[in-house]
Design a protein. Sequence first.
Length: 254
Amino acid sequence: MNRSVILFAALLLPSVAQAQPAPAAPAARPTFGAPESKPEIVTDISKMPGGKWDVSVPHTQVVFSALHNFISPYYGRIDKATGSMELDPKKPENSKVTIDMKMTDFSTPFTNATGKRTLDENLCKPEALDCAQFLTMNFVSTGIKLTGKNQGDISGNFTMHGVTKPVVLHTTFIGMAPGPGGRKVIGFSANGVLKRSDFGVDKAYWNLSVSDEVNFMIEVEFSQLPPDAPQPDRKSTRLNSSHGYISYAVFCLK
């Protein structure tokens, strides 16, 4: 190749490079409905939409604990809970709530040296919770007594291990916020106590090493799609189903 050809190529390359389009900027990552600002929380229960509200399963859990050796609270949880609430915002004492929990969703943080969840297995044995025979736990309200502006005691029947006993949930209404897909979400916090011996869960080998009393609290999120809200796209709803604002619902058996 002669020198004139090389010189021509050297002069041409910068102009060719300048003519190439700049690489496109990377596409923005989808936010899946993430809020652009902090939502406004409504704390006046009388302004809530009435009717049926469904438990938001991804934001609901049941956490419980009893005293190990009567000195140290040990916690477990039920990862999922279902249920619904019939809310009367003008007369909250007329409202009703039902919570259902599957024993297959029950777990504790304990694992043995090989990583096996042996405590979960022991608690589910026939002499303890007998998870194979009694597949669910259930709470059904029977009455509500208002104790403050946003507080009330919810009386109801709690069923565990095939036995139903009355319990009281000391409950606080937290507030309402906008949720995904045009929904409204509301949050409640509750706590109470029961005795496992009342439900026949006092026959296991560890019975005398664990307190009879089991404390529980409930952090529950309900959601409702208002009748005048546009029907959400199903794909979008699936993507957004785990992104709420009042984001937990917990039965804590402490």
